[in-house]
Design a protein around this ligand. Sequence first.
Ligand code: ZN
Ligand code: ZN
Length: 373
Amino acid sequence: VSGEHPGEVRAARVAEQLRERQLDLLLVSAPANVRYLTGFTGTSGAALIAAEGDHTFLTDFRYETQSAEQVPGTFKRKIVSAELLEALVGLLANGEGSRGGGPDRSLGFDDAHISVKQYERLRQALGADRALVGCAGLVEALREVKEEEEVARIRAAAELADAALLEVIEEGIVGRTERDVALELELRMRRLGASSPSFPSIVAAGAHGALPHAEPRDVAIPAGVLVTIDWGAVLDGYCSDCTRTYATGELAGSARAVYELVLSAQLAALEALRAGPSGREVDAVARAVIERSGQGEHFGHGLGHGVGIEIHESPRLSRTAPERPLVPGNIVTIEPGVYLPGALGVRIEDLALVTADGHETLSGLPKELTIVE
Ligand code: ZN
Ligand code: ZN
């Protein structure tokens, strides 16, 4: 593995944060964080990042070859036969990462990921003189700011997903079941090179679209309704996420007005999206548009979320998101929706890169109401 491995730089940044927090070690156990820091894509791996000195990577025998190829040489690789946590406990009990018995020996861990049982085991292994400190969000905070290479991968995933959807809607969707359209979309994403969809695709017609997390049904899509399609692709380890709502013919009642309302909220939020405001502030921009027209109670979820190695990452854009400014390199979704129970739903979602003076949209499909038959 060359010295160019992005994990080396990222691990060095974690080490710097450990020194600031006066911690000796950080146990990284969440798979997406392990992947970010080591490049390891298997399901069984953990990393011990050291404030000073060598980092350690642990996996089991099934991943000996794979980890040798993926994990950079700045990590001491340990292939263990026991369960990973037990192997770690053994290392820690042998003084791994301690600086010779000083009172400041300490281990940071991910208190949002480790179970109470695992915590108790670590606590027991470290003994009374070694602090165990919750560090949830430390690696996630680094992951919020995408490197150029990561932006390129997410952009490519979004372009692939767009291309797959265009292929599907060119064939028409009226008369096909929601499930059939969803499967077709996933098949086409894989044919175009995706390793998988980034989440189970949503295809929801008419009143079913009023459920924000609708599951595709074995029900034919009728003419003259709105259909919400929410989909994404994983390419080179990075996710995309997009939603479009189409009309399957002339619409009755308030459907078009609801669509135009959601679109104006989405455009207003994109207009406000740049480095500086918090996710809470950008959420409020979209929410104000929807509230002004009396539909506030029908926009029940947050405006958006970060996207990267995982489909839902920080930063969040919602009423309860931290009042922390968005920064250049954040990649977030902007996805307001209005859901009228028993009648219809509209959601329009773009994936956007935050820049110093604005944003760049990574998903490219048109948003004016389009009829797909
Ligand atoms: Zn989505
Ligand atoms: Zn989303």
